[in-house]
Design a protein around this ligand. Structure first.
Ligand SMILES: C[S@@+](CC[C@H](N)C(=O)[O-])C[C@H]1O[C@@H](n2cnc3c(N)ncnc32)[C@H](O)[C@@H]1O
Length: 379
């Protein structure tokens, strides 16, 4: 291992010397174009090396956390896409940096670093790995290329590192801490100001009637309750159900000027004993954070507290194919959202609602069908 590290120190040092000795510099617009290309290659190389390192740390050790050198064969995550992402990253990094600084001598010399990376893999790494893992590695060599230049590999490598079991414990639906404290602001910033307009439009699309009694499941900061208030007027009522401490505090503070908006500090998973009291139950971006079993409990609760003919309104992800969805949705669902979200997206929500006594579905979709407002009537 020490010799391998020494090899790379020597190769990098040789390149550094070339960069210092040469005085060939590009200028003007070419410098700018090369710098952009250099930035891209540098980031790509760093992402490759970092994702590969983390994947090996997590999946290539018989005992988790047992030293630096892998002792278990893995073809997980980025390793399902190419055999040597780490070496490709190490090989490409000098080229990226040389382009970034517009140092032509170093750009030319970095070709030798890439060649060194390929030689190192073919002459040193692969024979050693075949010796350690035998036929399973040979089979892997036949199926997966040594190197591949692909952004999709980086993306899938990232998702694999985030992958967790789709359990309630791993769900992030009980928002807390920093995320809860600045929830509304974060939503506005992450969506570059799109979210406030969207949620206002979606709440308008519910068609709440004047004087309606509304239960808001997982009510958050009270932003939705205030938007709904303008439709129900002063004789209706909105009751938010919320268990997050930071969310409860904001709900109370934000809605203190409204006499007919109340907060119930109760979980929507517990049986609610206010039978047939509400005209609407609204649940916005909450249901996708629960297991199927818990979704059933929430739907049963909605059914119990709705008046006959009352409407259950679900604003959440629509059913869609995450693999073929635009990058922004794939990234949101697989990297930012909790593991249960993808399972929710694949599930047949209307069928579940039907089983629990709801019917007469109406749907409005947003963002090219990736989000929907589903209205279901208690029959
Ligand atoms: C993603 S946020 C959505 C908040 C709000 N509905 C909105 O659209 O802005 C999910 C909310 O559900 C709340 N929540 C999670 N589990 C809950 C439960 N079992 N009972 C009540 N609220 C819950 C969280 O604390 C959080 O405020």
């Amino acid at each position: 291992m020490k010799i391998k590290v020494l090899f790379w120190v020597v190769v990098y040092f040789a390149l550094f010397v070339v960069a210092l000795l040469n005085n060939l510099e590009v200028s003007g617009i070419y410098k700018f174009i090369l710098a952009l290309l250099g930035l891209f290659i540098t980031l790509y190389a760093l992402a490759l090396a970092s994702i590969a390192g983390r994947t090996l740390k997590r999946y290539a050790h018989k005992e988790p956390g047992s030293g630096f050198v892998p002792d278990k064969f893995t073809r997980f995550g980025i390793y399902s896409c190419m055999r040597h992402p780490m070496h490709l990253g190490i090989g490409l990094l000098p080229l990226g940096v040389a382009l970034l600084f517009g140092n032509l001598g170093a750009v030319l010399a970095s070709g030798w670093v890439l060649a060194a990376a390929f030689w190192f893999v073919l002459a040193i790494e692969e024979p050693e790995t075949i010796e350690s893992y035998g036929s399973s590695y040979i089979e892997y060599m036949q199926q997966v290329p040594a190197f591949r230049f692909s952004l999709k590999c980086i993306e899938n490598g990232l998702y694999a590192l985030k992958q967790k079991e789709a359990t309630q414990e791993n769900s992030k639906v009980e928002v807390s801490g920093f995320e809860a404290k600045y929830y509304d602001r974060l939503m506005d910033i992450i969506t570059v100001g799109w979210y406030p307009k969207f949620i206002k439009g979606a709440i308008t699309d519910i068609s709440l009637n004047k004087n309606a009694k509304v239960a808001d499941f997982g009510a958050g900061t009270g932003r939705n309750a205030i938007l709904m208030h303008s439709f129900i007027g002063s004789h209706g009522e909105i009751v938010g159900f919320e268990i997050g401490k930071e969310m409860q505090e904001q709900f109370i503070e934000n809605t203190k000027g409204y006499k007919n908006i109340k907060l119930v500090k109760k979980s929507i998973l517990e049986p609610l004993n206010e039978e047939e009291k509400y005209d609407f139950v609204f649940i916005s971006f909450v249901l996708h954070g629960f297991t199927k079993e818990n979704r059933e409990k929430i739907i049963q609760n909605a059914y119990r507290i709705l008046k006959k003919g009352g409407t259950f309104v679900i604003l959440d992800y629509n059913e869609f194919n995450v693999d073929s969805a635009p990058f922004i949705f794939r990234f949101g669902i697989r990297f930012l959202e909790c593991p249960l979200a993808e399972e929710f997206i694949k599930s047949d929500l209307e069928e579940l609602l039907k089983q629990k006594g709801f019917g007469d579905f109406r749907m409005k979709s947003y963002l090219k069908g990736h989000i929907r407002l589903l209205k279901a009537i208690k029959s």
